[in-house]
Unconditional design. Sequence first.
Lengths: 184, 295
Amino acid sequence: MRKGSFVTAAIVLLSAFASTARADDYTIDAMHGGVTFRVSHLDLSNVYGRFNTVSGSFTIDGANSSFNMAIKADSVDTGNKGRDDHLRGGDFFNAKQFSQITFKSTAVKPVEGGLEVTGDFTMHGVTKPITFTLKGGKVAEMKGKRTGYSTELVLKRSTWGMDKFTQMIGDDVQVAISIEGVSK
Amino acid sequence: MPDPILALKAGLAALGAAAILLLLGGALWRRPRPGLSSAVAALAVGAGLVLGWRVFGLWPHWPPHEDLDRFVCLLMPTAILIELIAAIPRLPRWLLRLSVAVGAGPGPDSPGWQLREKIAIFAGLALALAGNWAALNTLARRTSDQAVSYLLILCCAATAIVLMMSGYATGGPLGLPLAGALAGILLTSLVLPRRLNVTGAIGVGIVGLFGLIVIGYYFNELTAAHSLALFFAPLLGWLPELPGVRRINPRIRAVASVLLVTLPLMFVASRAWEEFKAKAAPSGSPDEITADDYK
């Protein structure tokens, strides 16, 4: 009995140690990477934009990996002040009321070349689950250990209650996300 | 910016709906009690709003999700309901109206305020709304409900236009059906043989004006100066009623009252237009050489 307990305790301790040893915690380096988007205008052309304030952290640990990301909605930047003010207002992001766009992963599955991530995406005060595949995971050294991932996905903005002007400005928004993390 | 033809249609639809409902009410009663006509006028504004907003294609999310939803689904129906209840004799109507004023501030998820700050802002806004409401009701008793309705129509229309130009293209138009519905009340009450009490419509109008300005200022880009000018402009209608001026011919005073309210509204609208044009201009490099550099 005592021998059995000892073995169980050893296994638990070893697995816990192994788990902490494998996990890598990273802080998103806002200098390298970004969140950009493009959306059609009158089905004629695309307008391109980005969010200038992105922060967050992630942990790489196989299926136990996790991702947290926050974007300041009022940092939207399409290179035109009038349009950016309009995007921040009640017709689109309503950034004074819903200041943060966030993503928090709920499940991560390692796939070939990256990770399939499922999580809760909150925008415009509405939270909906999304799934996307992050490609990357190479590791480099520059002022600490770094790794990075990228993905492209399509978000239907009306799903998050952002349903104004969908005849004029596309409902489907092509989003590209690239993150680089520095080991904590 | 929304289609101006559609905006006109929405305003006219609201005018028509409000006018028809008040006319029906007027046809039914031979000697209208003030409370009853006030309640029907408030209901008629509500009917006008629903039709006008529908014509515009504006329909809120349910349950209310953001400021515009709260305005359409909660604030305006509450204002109409309170005016209906206020029509019942011997009820503390100003206590009821004060409750609307307290709840008419920015929504529960207002941008990052501390509790003390929030209480101060809500109290200040409630006082401003209740004060303006009481002052306009008193002005209506001294002049006429129709005169005050006219001033409110000007302010609601100007607020809608300024709000659109400040960048809220779907929220601003909410004010046009409000102006249209009030215009329907005004025209009908002028046509009907007996002078009607339409304080209910005035109450709904002032709450609507306040709600639009709160949305514009707290959640969009309406400036503080424009907000104050738009909200308090109807009070300028008091100037020709001050002691000393009251001896002047009533028609001259009525024209003066309209001019005193219209002029600041026109000034605010022209400033908003200039700001809108400046913002809409394509951005160039700050170092770009322009013709002005050679002067």
